[in-house]
Design a protein around this ligand. Structure first.
Ligand code: FES
Length: 97
């Protein structure tokens, strides 16, 4: 299952492989900020507190826009992080502002 924690809405839903975290949030109407959907604005930034292994490796866009320390702490960009295998994922929307 994937738990999506938006600012107000929190939902735990069935993961769909190949979907990004942002795709899942939009599909399930979890309030999740975004703008570019290309990995450049960082508005979809989120903290993965469980299940990083179930996601793809960071994309080039994420590597350009997030600091190494952010990856170590579990931050990803919601429009870039895709579900690659089934398992438990817990992710919270954490934009910079
Ligand atoms: S929506 Fe802009 S980086 Fe994800």
């Amino acid at each position: 299952m994937i738990t999506l924690n938006g600012r107000r809405v929190k939902k735990t839903v069935e993961p769909e492989l190949g979907y990004t975290i942002l795709d899942m949030a939009l599909k399930h109407e979890v309030d999740w900020g975004f703008s570019c959907v290309r990995g450049t604005c960082s508005r979809c930034r989120c903290l993965v507190s469980e299940g990083l292994d179930q996601l793809n490796a960071p994309t080039d866009e994420e590597l350009d826009n997030l600091e190494p320390e952010e990856f170590e702490e579990g931050y990803r960009l919601g429009c870039q992080a895709k579900l690659k295998q089934a398992g438990t994922v817990v992710v919270t929307h954490k934009p910079y502002f």
